[in-house]
Structure formats: structure tokens, C-alpha cells
Design a protein around this ligand. Structure first.
Ligand code: C2E
Ligand code: CA
Ligand code: CA
Length: 832
């Protein structure tokens, strides 16, 4: 709805009706009055003229006739009565009969009689007399200015003796005073004027009243109405009775108010909706303009502890931790946009680490910044906890196997670049199982804790002491001085001191136990360049020591050759196995259940049926395959086999009850994933076998991601575009950075078995670490990132119940089924 812009911007000239309406009326009536006056004046003059022409003229002739009649009779006295009769007429000032000799014969004023008329009568002139005498007829002279009328008429005097015809002429003179006549006329005029004035006044009043009712009041009402509308009151608008233009205007105004109201209601509603929306958001959202907060949602007030609306008007920088102020000021000055972490200080002075995302948005002609803040305290705490759990053994407080291996890896890396020696020792308590069996697990745990304390007491700066498994401890001794012999001797001495400490009697529950241990030692560097391999070597040496019942440290060197040749044999057997038909490799399938107890998918796990070794576990041959590069053909075989099997199930009517929506999870090792043609192979496989891409789930470990994150992301994204799903395997054992997870296009997070195991493990109940809480945190974070969580290694009902409670989505473990050969899996799934 657009309206054309006004063509003229020139102002509209207006005037005040209140002033100009009466003024123009008065002016108009003044003009009218003048016209009337002029007309009246003419009328008055005509009136006077008419008086002279008719009334005075008739009177003159009549008097002359009367006088002549009297004079013919010769009655001299009769003239007096005729003339004095004239004196009775109020209009006549004076009258006189003048004889031919010029003397007054009779007059209204007695004193004039017998006297010369010229001398006695004022204003009497001989000229007039001459005129009348010559013309022999009456003469009237009107003096408008003096308001006088002089009427003269010849009068035939009576016969004188000897006369046949009266030739003597007298003169009748009448002097009219016209003032009374004029006065009367003027009185009429005045009356007319007054009437006119009254009429004008009435008209003005009437018009004013009309203007007031018809214009001023409606205008005032409209103005008031508009002010109301301006103030947002759309209800109390003027009511209109009657009809006319103002009513039309009023209706138009009402219509406008209605539209405005509808629009402002819609606006208010949409604003309220947006406010609710923003208040419902978990994220704190703050808008600021030039550093001053203009808007904030409820979550922002909650985050910073301000009362509702309390953030508005405050400088945004006042909430930033002082240490980050400079960098934040710089970011604002540069107009930076993006996501970064920042520490905020709330009203209580508490530091809140946040992730903030800043975007610039135009608002009319202005620029506002939209800052979304997310409290990452829980995330950081979870990360710290996961790191803690990933590195420490909950029972003894020592480092765990994982941390030890990390340290060994670092040592290996250091030894590669500079000449230095280190040693890795493992110790295992002899016959510890019998302590557990005879005195119970709790006592066993106590003994382990006592031993840990003793070993820790002997631990030197820089050394790493770990519990790597049950009753096995390990010590990493870095920075050994001297040549190989000297270093070996120093290491052996240190380990023997540990053995001596273990051999000290232990008193538990009133019983004194005498324990001993066997120890193995491997020197770093040696031929192995892999931490788990080094640890295995130390353990091999340790088992030899135990088998021999030796209380001295055994060095790995003795066993080196044997193990190395065993590894070589395994590798070449595996290589052969990969080329043998039918393949001695088989896949077992372990069910993955959803929270409703339905079969959601299976994980394909490879086994090797070796004629000499029996059924070999992947735990033994996968590391060898990885180390030798055989993992690539092996992995391809697994992918092919798993996809074919899935296709077989999905096309077999006997499996239709469960195979339709099934996911096939396949483990992909880092080496295999990094192959240049990996994505193409998967695409080919899907097309060739004819399965849905989304039915294939590739399980990757974090080790895949660390090497070249960008290339990995690229590969994952490409496969994901086809629909292939990804699971992150063994979560919690690697870097476990949840922030990092956000960038990965994964669908499922597989919580490592070690977390699940801890749920109902004895010895954990009293410890600070409660895995369920940790799992809660992981699940919450994963769900926030839209990931499903699968718990691995679920063995007991208690674990299952706890995991369900934590909100895990999928479950896998012996509680449901072990990895099963295909035929068994079919039978198992069918009776579900
Ligand atoms: P993974 O991927 O973490 O697989 C799960 C392992 O946990 C399997 O061991 C499985 O048998 C075991 N497991 C499942 N449920 C339970 C349970 O409730 N309790 C216990 N204690 N264990 C449970 P498996 O089959 O011996 O495989 C070991 C590892 O070998 C796998 O760990 C995986 O890393 C690797 N692997 C197996 N098959 C393949 C494969 O085809 N390719 C690659 N690259 N690696 C494979
Ligand atoms: Ca797996
Ligand atoms: Ca796993």
C-alpha cells in the first residue's frame, strides 16, 4: 500500500475563520449600508423635488385661485384670511401677497403689511419677481442646501374702475421651510440603518454560531481526535451526528485510526512474539549500538544477574573482564564479526567464560551489533572432567595407561630429535588375584591404594607413575644420564626400589600381608617407535620375570627377538590371509539398540580364523595391520563384506522385519581413511552393491582427525553429501574437546567402554568422580550439537538403566548381544 508523494511542497496558505468571517460580514454590510445611503440620498432629493413639484405647486395654484376669487369680489379683507390660512401649514415658514407696487398686501407676519416686500421679507429678491412677471406663470425655486423652497405665482388683482380687464398683477410668495420634511426623511433613513445594523449583527452572530458549530467545533474535535491517535489512543475519537463534510472527514479519521490501530497492534504483537522468542532462547542475546546496550533478552539478564531490562543502557564493555578489555576494544574498533571466547563479569563479580558470536546488522540508517552469548562453564568443566578422567586412574589417583602412553609418545618424539635416554618399567603384583578372592575386592582396592602411595613416595621429579591395568603399575623414567649401560643400571636401581617398597608388609583388616612383584623394563629408544608397543615389550619382560619368580628387573632385550619374529610371522600370515579364497577373515555383527529396545543397527567387527592360532581377535592383528599398511586392503575387504551382507539382509524377505531401517557401522582406521581414493571407493561401493548411503555408518576415531583436520573435514563433507553417516568411536579416550566436535560433520558419538564400565564398578562409589554425572554432561553437550549418543560396552542392567537415565540414544554391549556370526545374528534379530 503506497501513496503517491505530494506534488507540491509549497505550504498551503490558510486564514483564521474566527477573525475573517465576522470581519468580512461587517465589511460587506458596511458596503451595503453605503449603497443604501446613496440610494436614500437620491430618494430624499427626489422626495424634496416631488414636494416642490406637486404639493407646493398645487398649494400655490390653489392659493392663487382662492386669492383671485377674493380679489374679484373686491373684498380686500378676504386676502388676509387666505394668507394667514397658509400660516397654519407647518411646512410653510412665511407667505405673503405682494401688490403690483411691490408692497405687501397680506402676509403671515402682520408686521410686513404695507411695507416694501424687498425690504421687509428676508431672502425676497426682485429678480424672482421679474421672472414671474415676465413669464406670467408660477415659479418654484428649491434650495437644497438651505432646505428652503420659494414658490411664486402671479395673482391677477381685482378690476380697477375703468378697467375692462384686470391688468394689474400681484404676486403670491410662499416660503417653505423643508427641514421638518427632511427630518422626517432622515428619521426614516436612520431607522432603516438601525434595522440593517441589527440585521447584520444578527447575521454575524448567526454566522459565527454556524461557523462555531459547523466548522470550529468539528475542527477542534478532529484536532483532539488526531492528538489522541498520536498518543496511541485509538478508542476515544469524536462521535458524529448529522451529515456533511466534517462527518466524512471524521469517518475518514476513524478509518485511519482503525488501520493505524490494526497496524500498531500487529506491530506490538510481532514485537511481543519476537521478545518471547528471544526470551525463550537459551542463548543470551544483546544488541548494542556504539558500545551501549539497546536491547537484551531474558537469558542475558539471567546470565549477568541483572533484573529484567537491567542491561539496557549499560556500556557493553563494563561486563567484559578487565584482562580482555583491550582486545575487546580493539575488536569493536575494527568492526570485527565472528565467534570467539570472552570472559564476562556478572553483577556478583563472578567470571563467566562465554562463547560470543558478533554480527553487524543495519537498523534503518544505524548499525547495531547483535551479540549472542553462550555460557560455556558447563562445557569447560565437562572438558576438564573428561580430560581428568582421560588421564587419571580413579581408584589410585595415579596417571592412567592413556596418559602414560602420551608421555611415552612424547619421549619417543624427543629421543628422535636429540640424544637422550629414558626407560619404561612395568610392575605387577604377584598373586594379587588371591588377595581379591580371599579378602574381597574392597580389600584388594585398599591394597592397591596403599601400594600406589608407597610408589608415589619414591617417584622422582619428571617421572610418570601410572596404574595401567588391574594390579599393574608402570613408571616412565626420562632423562637418564650416561651410556646405555649406565642408564640401564640407574633405571634398574630405581625400579628395584619400587619392588622393595611393594615387598614391605601391608596391614589390612588386622591381617599382615607379604606381597611381592615382578618388573620388566624397556629402554627408550629401541627398535620400537610406538608407545603401546613399548609398553607391550615392558610387559613381556615383566611376565618373564614373574614366570621366573625373579625379584630382579627383567630387561626386554631378551625377549626382543622372539616377539619381533612373532610379529613378522603374524604380518605375513595376515597378508596371505587377505589373498586366500575363501577368506579366513569373517565379520561378526554386534547389535546396536535404541532406547525403545529395538534393533537400530549393527557394528561389523572383523575376526581372523587362522589354522594355527585359532580365532584371532582384532585387538591383536589390527595394530599389526596398521603398522604394516595391510589395514588398507583389510579395511576394503571389511567394507565390501559388510555392505554385501547388509544388501543380502535387505533383499531377503525373511529379514524384512528388522533389516529395513538397519544401519551398518564399519570401523575405519586412520591410515585407511587417509588414502587418497577413500571417498571414491566408498561411492563406488554404494553404487556397486546397491545399498542406501545413509545405511552406512563409518566409525572414525579422533586420531583420524588430528593429523590434517581440513583435509579430513573435506573428505567427510563430500561423503556426507551422498548421505553417508559418521560416528566418532571411543569418545573420551582422546582429545575429547567438545568445541572441536562442533566442526565435525558427525551423527553419532560413541562413549568409550571405559566410561560405561565405571558406572557400577566397585571402588568408585566413594570417589569424587561419578561417571553418570560425566556421561550426563557429555550427553547434554552432544544433544546440543545435534548428535546422537551411543554407549559402548553396556554389560549390566544397572549400566543400561543409568545410561537411559542420562539420555543416551543407542546402546551396544554384551547386555544385549556379543558380536555374532551372520547366521546367529539373523536368528537373534528374528526372535527379538
Ligand atoms: P571397537 O570399535 O571399540 O569395538 C568394540 C569392541 O568392544 C569389540 O571388540 C567388541 O567385541 C567389544 N565389546 C562390545 N560390547 C562389549 C561389552 O559389553 N563388554 C566388553 N568388554 N567388550 C565389548 P573387538 O571385536 O575385539 O574389536 C576390538 C577393536 O578392534 C575395535 O574396537 C576396533 O577398534 C578394532 N576393529 C575391529 N574390527 C575392525 C575393522 O573391521 N576395522 C578396523 N579398522 N578396526 C576394527
Ligand atoms: Ca568401533
Ligand atoms: Ca569403541
Amino acid at each position: 500500500m503506497t501513496t503517491a508523494p505530494p506534488r507540491h511542497t509549497r505550504p498551503v496558505r490558510v486564514f483564521s475563520l474566527r477573525l475573517w468571517l465576522p470581519l468580512s460580514l461587517v465589511l460587506a454590510s458596511g458596503v451595503m449600508f453605503l449603497i443604501v445611503l446613496v440610494a436614500q440620498q437620491q430618494h430624499y432629493q427626489r422626495e424634496l423635488q416631488q414636494f416642490a413639484d406637486t404639493t407646493a405647486h398645487a398649494e400655490l395654484l390653489e392659493t392663487r385661485r382662492a386669492l383671485e376669487t377674493v380679489l374679484r369680489r373686491g373684498d380686500g379683507t378676504g386676502t388676509d384670511s387666505v394668507v394667514s390660512q397658509l400660516g397654519l401649514d407647518p411646512a410653510i415658514a412665511h407667505a405673503a401677497l405682494i401688490g403690483p407696487d411691490g408692497n405687501v398686501i397680506a402676509a403671515t407676519r402682520f408686521a410686513w403689511r404695507g411695507h416694501s416686500a424687498t425690504a421687509s421679507i428676508p431672502g425676497f429678491t426682485d429678480e424672482a419677481v421679474q421672472q414671474v412677471r415676465q413669464a406670467q406663470r408660477e415659479f418654484l425655486q428649491l434650495d437644497q442646501a438651505q432646505l428652503r423652497l420659494t414658490a411664486l405665482a402671479p395673482v391677477t388683482m381685482g378690476l380697477q374702475p375703468g378697467e375692462i380687464r384686470a391688468t394689474r398683477q400681484g404676486l403670491l410668495w410662499i416660503d417653505y421651510d423643508l427641514r421638518p420634511v427632511a427630518a422626517q426623511t432622515w428619521a426614516q433613513l436612520r431607522q432603516l440603518g438601525l434595522m440593517l445594523a441589527a440585521a447584520v449583527l444578527l447575521a454575524v452572530l448567526g454566522l459565527l454560531l454556524l461557523a462555531r458549530r459547523g466548522i470550529l467545533r468539528p475542527v477542534a474535535a478532529l484536532r483532539a481526535g488526531m492528538q489522541r491517535i498520536g498518543a496511541g489512543d485509538f478508542q476515544h475519537l469524536p462521535q458524529w451526528r448529522g451529515s456533511g463534510e466534517f462527518r466524512d472527514l471524521g469517518i475518514a479519521l476513524e478509518h485511519m485510526a482503525g488501520q493505524l490501530q490494526a497496524r500498531s497492534t500487529a506491530l506490538a504483537e510481532s514485537e511481543a512474539r519476537f521478545r518471547q522468542l528471544s526470551d525463550a532462547a537459551f542463548e543470551a542475546i544483546v544488541l548494542h549500538e556504539n558500545g551501549r546496550v539497546t536491547d537484551a533478552n531474558a537469558a542475558a539478564d539471567r546470565l549477568l544477574g541483572t533484573p529484567p531490562g537491567g542491561l539496557v543502557g549499560t556500556p557493553i564493555l563494563s561486563w567484559v573482564a578487565p584482562s580482555l578489555l583491550d582486545s575487546t576494544v580493539q575488536r569493536i574498533a575494527q568492526g570485527a564479526e565472528g565467534v570467539w571466547e570472552v570472559d564476562l563479569i556478572d553483577t556478583q563479580g563472578q567470571v563467566i567464560p562465554c562463547e560470543c558470536s558478533v554480527r553487524k546488522r543495519p537498523l534503518g540508517h544505524r548499525q547495531v551489533r547483535v551479540v549472542a552469548l553462550r555460557d560455556i562453564r558447563t562445557r569447560l568443566a565437562a572438558e576438564a572432567e573428561i580430560r581428568q578422567l582421560a588421564h587419571f586412574d580413579a581408584l589410585t589417583g595415579l596417571s592412567n595407561r592413556r596418559f602414560l602412553l602420551e608421555q611415552v609418545t612424547q619421549e619417543l618424539a624427543a629421543a628422535g630429535t636429540q640424544p637422550r635416554r629414558a626407560a619404561l618399567a612395568t610392575l605387577n603384583i604377584n598373586a594379587f588375584q588371591s588377595v581379591n578372592d580371599s579378602m574381597g575386592m574392597a580389600v584388594g582396592d585398599t591394597v592397591l591404594r596403599i601400594m600406589s602411595r608407597r610408589l608415589s613416595a619414591l617417584q622422582q621429579q619428571g617421572q610418570t607413575l601410572a596404574r595401567v591395568d588391574g594390579d599393574t603399575f608402570a613408571l616412565l623414567l626420562p632423562d637418564l644420564q650416561g651410556d646405555l649401560d649406565a642408564a640401564s643400571a640407574a633405571a634398574a636401581r630405581s625400579v628395584e626400589m619400587l619392588l622393595a617398597a611393594i615387598a614391605e608388609p601391608v596391614e589390612v583388616q588386622g591381617q599382615v600381608l607379604h606381597l611381592s612383584a615382578g618388573a620388566g623394563l624397556v629402554m627408550i629408544p629401541n627398535d620400537s617407535n610406538d608407545a603401546p608397543e613399548l609398553l607391550r615389550e615392558a610387559e613381556t619382560a615383566m611376565h618373564r620375570a614373574k614366570d621366573a619368580g625373579d625379584e630382579h628387573v627383567h630387561f626386554f632385550a631378551h625377549a626382543l627377538q622372539e616377539a619381533a619374529s612373532e610379529r613378522l610371522a603374524l604380518r605375513s600370515d595376515l597378508r596371505r590371509a587377505l589373498q586366500t579364497h575363501p577368506s579366513p577373515l569373517v565379520l561378526h555383527y554386534q547389535p546396536q539398540m535404541d532406547s525403545g529396545g529395538r534393533l537400530a543397527g549393527v557394528e561389523a567387527l572383523v575376526r581372523w580364523q587362522d589354522p594355527r592360532r585359532g580365532l584371532v581377535s582384532p585387538v591383536h592383528f589390527i595394530p599389526e595391520a596398521e603398522a604394516s599398511g595391510l589395514i588398507v586392503p583389510l579395511g576394503n575387504w571389511v567394507l565390501q563384506e559388510a555392505a554385501t551382507t547388509l544388501h543380502r539382509w535387505q533383499s531377503d524377505p525373511a529379514c524384512s522385519a528388522w533389516a529395513g531401517p538397519l544401519t551398518m557401522a564399519v570401523n575405519v582406521s586412520a591410515r585407511q581413511f587417509r588414502e587418497a581414493d577413500f571417498t571414491r571407493r566408498i561411492e563406488d561401493l554404494i553404487a556397486r552393491v546397491g545399498i542406501h548411503a545413509f545405511a552406512l555408518e563409518l566409525e572414525l576415531t579422533e586420531s583420524v582427525l588430528v593429523e590434517d583436520l581440513e583435509a579430513t573435514l573435506e573428505k567427510m563433507a563430500q561423503l556426507r553429501r551422498h548421505g553417508v553417516r559418521f560416528a566418532l568411536d571411543d569418545f573420551g579416550t582422546g582429545y575429547s574437546s567438545l568445541a572441536y566436535l562442533k566442526r565435525l560433520p558427525i551423527d553419532v558419538l560413541k562413549i568409550d567402554r571405559s566410561f560405561v564400565m565405571d558406572i557400577d564398578a566397585p571402588g568408585h562409589s566413594g570417589q569424587g568422580k561419578r561417571p553418570a554425572v560425566l556421561i550426563d554432561a557429555i550427553v547434554a553437550m552432544a544433544h546440543q550439537l545435534d548428535l546422537k549418543v551411543l554407549a559402548e560396552g553396556v554389560e549390566t542392567d544397572a549400566q543400561h538403566a543409568s545410561l537411559l537415565q542420562s539420555g543416551c540414544d543407542l546402546f551396544q554391549g554384551y547386555r544385549f548381544a556379543r558380536p555374532l556370526p551372520e547366521a546367529e545374528l539373523r536368528a537373534w534379530a528374528s526372535q527379538l
